[in-house]
Design a protein around this ligand. Sequence first.
Ligand SMILES: *[C@@H]1O[C@H](CO)[C@@H](O)[C@H](O)[C@H]1NC(C)=O
Length: 416
Amino acid sequence: MAFLRSAFLALVTVLVALLAPTVIHLAKIGGPFLTPKPTHVGEGQAPIVIQDTVHCEDVHHYRPANLLFTACEDDKTVRFDWFPGLGHLKLHSSQGSIHVVDPKTMKSTRLVFEGFKGDFVTHGIDVIEDPKQADAVYIFAINHLPNPDFVAADGIAEDIHAARSQIELFHHVLESNTVQHVRSILHPLVQTPNDIVAVALDTFYVTNDHYYRGGIMRLIEDAWPFAKWTNIINVKITDLKTKDAMAGLDAVVSHEGLWNNNGLGHGRREDELVISSAIGGELYLGQVHAANRSIDVHTTLPFDTVTDNPSYYADPYRSESDDASGFVVAGISQGIYLGQTAHDINGKEPLQVWYTRQTSTGTWENKLLFEDDGTRIRSASAAVLVPIEPVGGRKKAWLFVTGFLSESMVAVQVDL
Ligand SMILES: *[C@@H]1O[C@H](CO)[C@@H](O)[C@H](O)[C@H]1NC(C)=O
């Protein structure tokens, strides 16, 4: 009996030791004990709701033209059935679109596709200047297409991956209302793409946010802090003109060993990336080595909530003594309930938007920029700051927040 009792105690000890980090982490990041405190934005200053921005997961501020770019689902129902990023794998055909949002008018314009047909299930994007034409941009956008073999099996084959996600490359002349399809990019290393950073027209990085696409292993991957199974892929495009999505590509694993690496953004310098672990509630700054195509993570910035797509705000009014440059990151603040609300067309996901800047002593200071209980905006996955000229030395910016399940992007003025 004594032996049995000590064996039992040993087993319990091992289980507690295994589960403790998960429980502590879920209590902190998952937010079961959090009471959302919607940010008060001042009398008559409700957040501005940007019309026609349904389920836009990502947003980028393209500084040279002072325009925002986003990729939207456009239809309020699709994502509750089909969105591989959330593990929703019930086939539902749809074509979302690329939008331009003007921060001066707060209006969104849907760009009309040229040379592009079929489904467009949107997620992360990046926007870079056309190296040959200063008034044009290239837009890289993830497209979560269904796997044709899964479609042929009417969506009921367990041994066939439901999704066959790829990346679309578009070209857009600023101020026009069209976007031209350049090519599709399909590579076996890009399995569960989430976010993308283009460092040149022919080179980009893309995160695979999960190792498992569904089932019990995906649940374990989501809950267990030691499930550091995700990677980041570096893709070089050697042929921009091909019509074959798999041709003219050269890809390598650039980084591996992070838990749920998710959002990806440009850093403070050209050779720096900012990576997020969404469920981990951390941002990582990484040095890009162009020669061997690898990323070295050198700094970890922790937060107490889910951290989705990060962006870097370079303060145009910075001075030696006052620099408001920093990283902005949005995320849901009660992720523990996402499994239920993400299936509910009337559900709400509370959220927080954080901003972190480095002080003169080198430490990082986190500041909550915006919080909501899911009423003014439902969920948040990306946020950017658009500068406002300072009055009397007070630094302000427009904060644009968008979510993977938000019916509209919102904009609100914040103090930096
Ligand atoms: C890539 O190159 C950098 C700089 O030379 C080096 O520090 C790093 O260890 C290399 N990484 C790999 C994976 O080879």
